[in-house]
Design a protein around this ligand. Structure first.
Ligand SMILES: CC(C)(COP(=O)(O)OP(=O)(O)OC[C@H]1O[C@@H](n2cnc3c(N)ncnc32)[C@H](O)[C@@H]1OP(=O)(O)O)[C@@H](O)C(=O)NCCC(=O)NCCS
Length: 326
């Protein structure tokens, strides 16, 4: 079986910064509450003329530049997003057109915050199977328009952004070592955007009831996230025959600093080995891991040969983990 490796990364976050103080002018909250309970100080939000495909395209172009790959060489584009431009066409097709990747198949993948690691597992499998050589995987989200800016329990958490990576086959040891995916649909109501789909089509009533915005059971989600993310890292490490003390970097989904600390604790990793940027971006869902990965690669925290574990958790419920030797 062929192995795959990440040969380039890129990310993009919209320019507009929304601080906790800005949100405290909109709902009954405070910078102190948000920082203590979530770790978020500020997040980026899209402008009126930006959609998910726009920021995904910018991240994709940066990843292709760093991989030194021409868009026409791409065989497949996967965009992981829970906030696509449209139900259809897929955001991946729009990105394919924007970057001129004429020879690539393209599809969206919806696994909420776990979407990037689901995409990594799928891309890795296509390469292992010998079907494709150059795969672009993107996590991109614009939650701004799907949040109820009068609901302090959700609007303080999320942010917008995009991150991308290019996968290629390799014969070297620096490769994707293991991937692990999981889901439990019995938790489907814990995080949800209730209306607009076939279950509850858009109507005046759904708009009046604000059912086109994210609804979340925070406490339940928190508990399940800590358990599922801890289990997922330990499972992928065991499957990959890597012990926790071999990990150089853990890149967890950036949902809440308290969840991140609990997961690090479960894997017995000091926080110095955990990549955290939730303070600057909030929870960017499928984009959070590729943004954190790209930043750590570009500022050279991640070095060749490092063992990187990544773990995510999201609506569905879904979870995913992977181990890479960089
Ligand atoms: C949402 C979350 C931050 C709430 O933190 P918490 O410590 O569980 O807080 P609680 O929900 O118990 O709320 C405590 C109090 O703060 C209040 N509160 C909630 N949001 C608030 C806010 N933004 N500002 C101020 N007070 C707030 C609550 O109303 C509650 O008040 P009460 O005690 O008078 O009823 C936390 O549950 C969480 O992060 N959950 C996981 C969410 C997540 O990661 N989702 C995405 C998964 S990919």
């Amino acid at each position: 079986m062929r192995k795959s490796t990440i040969v380039g990364t890129g990310s993009y976050a919209p320019e507009k910064v929304l601080t906790n103080e800005d949100i405290a002018k909109m709902v009954d909250t405070s910078d102190e509450w948000i920082q203590t309970r979530t770790g978020v100080k500020e997040r980026r939000v899209i402008s009126k003329d930006e959609a998910t495909s726009d920021i995904a395209t910018k991240a994709a172009i940066r990843a292709l530049e760093s991989a030194r790959i021409n868009p026409s060489e791409l065989n497949l584009i996967i965009v992981a997003t829970a906030t696509p431009d449209f139900f259809f066409p897929s955001t991946a097709c729009i990105v394919q057109h924007n970057i001129g990747a004429k020879n690539a198949a393209a599809f969206d993948l919806e696994a909420a915050c776990s979407g990037f690691l689901y995409s990594l597992a799928i891309g890795n499998s296509f390469i292992s199977a010998g079907l494709y050589n150059n795969i672009l995987i993107i996590g991109a989200e614009t939650f701004y328009n799907f949040l109820d800016w009068e609901d302090r329990t959700t609007c303080v958490l999320f942010g917008d952004g995009a991150g991308a990576a290019v996968l290629r086959p390799t014969t070297a040891e620096n490769c994707v070592i293991g991937t692990y995916l999981g889901a439990d649909g019995s938790g489907k109501d814990n995080i949800k955007l209730p209306a607009g789909g076939s279950r509850l089509p858009a109507s005046q009533e759904t708009v009046n009831q604000k059912l086109h915005y994210v609804k979340m059971r925070g406490k339940e989600t928190f508990k399940i996230a800590v358990r599922a993310m801890g289990d997922a890292v330990l499972t992928v490490l065991e499957q990959s025959k890597i012990s926790p003390d071999e990990i150089d970097w853990l890149i967890p989904h950036q949902a809440n600093i308290r969840i991140i600390r609990a997961v690090a604790n479960r894997v017995s990793l000091p926080m110095e080995k955990v990549i955290v940027n939730i303070d600057r971006y909030g929870n960017t869902s499928a984009a959070s891991i590729p943004i954190a990965l790209d930043e750590a690669v570009r500022d050279e925290r991640i070095k060749e040969g490092d063992i990187i574990a990544m773990v995510a958790f999201g609506a569905g419920m879904t979870w995913a983990a992977s181990v890479i030797r960089w």
